[in-house]
Design a binder for this molecule. Sequence first.
Ligand SMILES: CC(C)(COP(=O)(O)OP(=O)(O)OC[C@H]1O[C@@H](n2cnc3c(N)ncnc32)[C@H](O)[C@@H]1OP(=O)(O)O)[C@@H](O)C(=O)NCCC(=O)NCCS
Length: 219
Amino acid sequence: MGRQEASFRRSAYERLLMKQEPYSVRELSVRTLSDFETLAIKQGGCWCIFYQRANPLRRGTTSEEWKRRNRLDKRALVRSGRSHAILVYDGRTPVGWCQYGGHEELPRIDARRTYRKVALPVAGQKLWRITCFFVDPKHRGRGVAKFALRAALDSIGNKGGGVVEAYPVASPKMAAVPEWRWFGTPGMFRKEGFRTVAPLGTSGVLMRKTIPPRRAKKP
Ligand SMILES: CC(C)(COP(=O)(O)OP(=O)(O)OC[C@H]1O[C@@H](n2cnc3c(N)ncnc32)[C@H](O)[C@@H]1OP(=O)(O)O)[C@@H](O)C(=O)NCCC(=O)NCCS
């Protein structure tokens, strides 16, 4: 059992006594899929799959069909180990997530012309992406997204590291609307050591950080 998993299993009372972080995290997996789904229902119908599809569903797909397909396709991706995210818990309640993954898992970013114009090659390093945050409306504004981001970066380090890209919303008008902040804010990423590479159109910005592989602890 990993450290994060152990932290999840401690009761809220124990964590309070130990003055630990208020939240704990787990990776999205077959074992946590139902927690993700509990939260995803609160989000709507995207199931955080938009950036995982190289192409959108065909035109004319009804809203109900779109939701059903998103849910089924997301399950399939999780079960085949092709969908990564950090789930944040308050006690045992899932309250937020941060989606991350290798660039091949999140190909829709490449469809943005503004991205292709400014993205530099990463020369022999693995390219990672951080594409979506979602926090239960009842838990917003308390650092859940930042907590998820830190855990996602840790996870990337554990998986060998590389160049991590983020696409936060830079327009103050857009950042004022929670539903348009799904990419996160530049400030969140700056605090984690990301630097700005270039603007992305008029509303976003491309940021990058290189994460070295984490050395395994000696037993
Ligand atoms: C964007 C979102 C994830 C932020 O989660 P959160 O836990 O409230 O965020 P945090 O408290 O960790 O703060 C993260 C950043 O958001 C900013 N933020 C939080 N609440 C805000 C508010 N009401 N207005 C403006 N910015 C706000 C914080 O200032 C911080 O940015 P900074 O470091 O640059 O100051 C949340 O608002 C959300 O879930 N929105 C809906 C996104 C969505 O629809 N996602 C679906 C994708 S499939």
